[in-house]
Design a protein around this ligand. Structure first.
Ligand code: PMP
Length: 456
């Protein structure tokens, strides 16, 4: 650390903790992490934990990647700060945008750099408004997002987010947000409904929503390829092509939020490729810099950029940008991250170890607490249920996920529960042996939780 102060409980109390039960925090927490190496992080006492979620789906290359440290240090010495405002820019920012356009899975025109996933999505929302104004369609502004979506925490992106805690007590959502169904086949399909039929029904419901609202008032649809914070929901067969066909009929833009799925997580470089999506905008963060420095990107196609540039010409300026957007140190780290993905052929590695994770999760299907094992590439989840036959969830006052995750932490694996779905998204560099180790630690925790129910 920069200082050698010993962290006390009082120090820890000085933090207003995000995503925490603030009232319960003193009795529950905190786990103070002090360092990391590979797929493991270490607490103050030196105990090791396998980071089963790559620290918020972020640290794709794991901890201790010296090349990223060097890239940051080099940039710190050369140009620690510059910005992208008012006809100025910096070389690393330019190179990063060019590289991202080369990597784009569908033709894209421009890249806007920001500092976080929320900022990239918030920018997408503003561009949607800007574009509709440019096209003389001031009423075409409504945005559709899905139940259980996660798109960030700014006022606008938290409004798109379809999780109650992101809105409760914050006076959200803002007006103009519409909600489409969550494509979770296991939970929301009707008895005997195939994946294809379920996808068709969701697309028909989307079309009915658009028609009820008036197609000339609906501007865009937001979607994560695999919904992450909503519980790792992999789209059912045929889902995106069917949704895309509806959007195309009413001239509605598709924004794909690749903040979690981008850079290999689903087995291809982008979730867009994995599921055959044709986005007009794509947002990227997390894996873009492997979490070593904050940065995000929004890619837009010509359909978006053309009118936006026109409008900007008319009014004199495109009045949007963040001081730290495309920060040179972050951009340098991102470029080196992309180099490493290419040199080490991260996709080939995921093709090898992804199936090991998925088979490992699949082996839990027989466990009395597990209703569904799902996933793709190096992202997956186990959904815990009170009754396997009826799929009945645990009642809200007896949720299981948090309990299992707490026991898993004791056993040395850090995971995250979204309700009763336990998510797995380890660093992409994880080995077969480390996956085995992670799942063994987890199984011990799950068995213990099951035993404690008095059923086992
Ligand atoms: N989109 C998705 C899909 C995310 O998972 C997240 C963060 N978990 C965000 C957007 C927001 O990113 P940030 O926390 O960097 O603002």
């Amino acid at each position: 650390r920069a200082s050698n102060r010993t962290i006390t409980e009082k120090d820890v109390d000085s933090v207003l903790h995000p995503y925490t039960n603030l009232k319960r925090h003193p009795e529950v927490g905190p786990l103070v992490i002090t360092r990391g190496k590979g797929v493991r992080v270490y607490d103050e006492a030196g105990k090791d934990y396998i980071e089963g979620l790559a620290g918020l789906w972020c640290t794709s290359l794991g901890w201790g990647e010296e090349r990223l440290v060097e890239a940051a240090a080099r940039q710190m010495r050369t140009l620690p700060f510059y910005h992208l405002f008012s006809h100025k820019t910096h070389d690393v920012g330019v190179e990063l945008c060019a590289r991202l356009l080369e990597m784009a899975p569908v033709p894209m025109s421009k890249v806007f750099l920001a500092g976080s996933g929320s900022e990239a999505n918030d920018t997408a929302i503003k561009l949607i408004h800007y574009r509709s104004n440019a096209l003389g369609l001031p009423h075409k502004k409504k945005i559709i997002a899905r139940e259980k979506a996660y798109h960030g925490v700014t006022v606008a992106t938290a409004s798109l987010t379809g999780l109650v805690n992101n809105q409760r007590s914050f006076d959200l959502p803002i007006p103009g947000v519409l909600r489409a169904g969550c494509p979770h086949h296991y939970r929301f399909a009707r008895q005997g409904e195939s994946e294809e039929d379920f996808s068709s029904r969701l697309a028909a419901e989307l079309e009915a929503l658009i028609l009820a609202e008036g197609p000339d008032t609906v501007a865009a649809f937001f979607a994560e390829p695999v919904m992450g914070a909503g519980g790792v929901i992999v789209p059912p067969a045929g889902y995106f092509p069917k949704i895309q066909a509806v959007l195309d009929r009413y001239d509605i833009l598709l924004v794909v939020d690749e903040v979690i799925c981008g850079f290999g997580r689903t087995g291809k470089m982008f979730g867009t490729e994995t599921f055959g999506i044709r986005p007009d905008m794509m947002t990227l963060a997390k894996g873009l810099s492997s979490g070593y420095a904050p940065i995000s990107a929004l890619m837009v196609n010509e359909r978006v950029y053309g009118p936006v540039a026109e409008e900007s010409g008319r009014i004199g300026v495109f009045g949007h940008g963040y001081t730290y957007g495309g920060h040179p140190v972050s951009a340098a780290v991102a470029l080196e991250t992309l180099n490493i993905y290419a040199e080490r052929d991260i996709l080939a590695h995921i093709a090898k170890v992804g199936p090991v994770l998925q088979e490992g999760l699949g082996s839990f299907r027989d466990h009395p607490l597990v209703g569904e094992a799902r996933g793709i590439g190096l992202i997956g989840a186990l959904e815990l249920v009170a009754d396997k036959t009826s799929r009945a969830p645990f009642p809200p006052e007896r949720t299981m996920g948090a309990k299992v995750v707490a026991r898993a932490q004791d056993k040395g694996v850090i995971l995250r529960a979204m309700g009763d779905a336990i998510a797995f998204a380890p660093p992409l560099i994880i080995t077969e042996a480390e996956i085995g180790d992670m799942l063994r630690r987890f199984k011990a925790a799950l068995d213990e939780a099951h035993g404690a129910l008095g059923l086992g």
